[in-house]
Design a protein around this ligand. Sequence first.
Ligand SMILES: NC(=O)C1=CN([C@@H]2O[C@H](COP(=O)(O)OP(=O)(O)OC[C@H]3O[C@@H](n4cnc5c(N)ncnc54)[C@H](OP(=O)(O)O)[C@@H]3O)[C@@H](O)[C@H]2O)[C@@H](O)CC1
Ligand SMILES: Nc1ncnc2c1ncn2[C@@H]1O[C@H](COP(=O)(O)OP(=O)(O)O)[C@@H](O)[C@H]1O
Length: 345
Amino acid sequence: MQTLAKEYITSLLPERPNNSHKATFGHVLNIAGSMHYRGAAYLSSLSALRAGAGYVTLASSPGVCQSVSALTPNIVMRPLPTRPVIYAELSPQMTDSVSIELQSIDTESIDEKAVVQLHDLLEKASVITVGSGLSIGQSKDEFNASTAQLSAMAIAEGNHGFFFALLSELQNRPQSMVFDADALNFISHLLHHSQRKPQTSFRLPKNSIITPHPKELARLLNIDVEVIQADRTHYATLAAKQLHAIVVLKGHNSVISDGEYAFINPTGNNALAKAGSGDVLTGIIGGFCAQGLSPLNAACLGVYLHGLSGDLAAQALSEYSVLASDLLEYITQAIKQIEAITPVN
Ligand SMILES: NC(=O)C1=CN([C@@H]2O[C@H](COP(=O)(O)OP(=O)(O)OC[C@H]3O[C@@H](n4cnc5c(N)ncnc54)[C@H](OP(=O)(O)O)[C@@H]3O)[C@@H](O)[C@H]2O)[C@@H](O)CC1
Ligand SMILES: Nc1ncnc2c1ncn2[C@@H]1O[C@H](COP(=O)(O)OP(=O)(O)O)[C@@H](O)[C@H]1O
């Protein structure tokens, strides 16, 4: 177990040759966002550009694409076809009994066939980031408990169908991929609750990074969150081995593991404990993968820089007041600070 040193982190910063163009710095395909979580699509896309990616395409529902393009002109949009929630399949008695859950269900989900329309982007993207705000369709703790109760309702699983069609399309692709948030919840459901449980050991595509917070890792490993928090390095390493991926176990002193080595991140503070800061991390890591870093190096550099952005933001704005969107501004200063350090060779 090693703490990430700033001199080592500096040596990971990708080069920025002057004889370059946007394709030199890679293309991030970000598959993110849903009706309730438009902000996650915005934060994860813009942070990839701030980390230096040359090009970011956001693939999401038309409503999400419209909202994000109203906020920023910097992201290219790929609106995907959706299908509506089929409330009609619920009997009136069921509608009464599940009215609270219905309020938390997204009213549209991305059509499974949208994966076909993504084919050209899946071919040309340098890295694919999936899951920030993608939406499982209802709140997570109701998801497993009430799926049986809601079995008559076609759409209780949000973007579940789309995600699994996408995962199968991604399976043999060589690019780096970052799976975050609801992508991880879908995988947990597949591993532990679904009727389509994998028969053989489940493998993510070969250059995958996953970025769970402790509860998401608890869902993935099907153990209690307290058990994970009591030995974070062990469980990050175990998950990396089991899922054949680089694991970033988030939280104070995030742990990064490739299944053999584990690194502890010294940067970051409680200002980062604010909704949306994990979406920013996903984009930063994606941005470094796009610039050619290996998944492990992109994860180490991304986590360190994200924490440092939070430290600089807290110095300027106080630990109380930092917003996830403020981090986008402080990524700039964090990069400048690590650029100024002499790297180790
Ligand atoms: N602006 C936007 O569009 C935003 C969109 N977002 C998107 O929303 C989607 C769902 O995200 P979410 O926050 O609703 O669900 P999730 O993170 O699973 O938390 C559920 C419960 O888990 C727990 N828990 C959480 N963290 C923990 C920890 N570190 N350590 C231990 N436990 C922890 C905690 O439960 P408790 O401990 O209170 O029982 C919490 O109540 C996702 O796609 C995301 O990208 C968000 O990024 C926000 C901004
Ligand atoms: N107290 C803390 N100290 C340092 N980093 C933190 C702290 N709380 C949260 N973070 C960081 O903030 C991010 C939160 O991500 P996540 O839990 O996925 O939130 P969200 O889903 O709202 O984006 C992670 O990178 C995590 O490491």
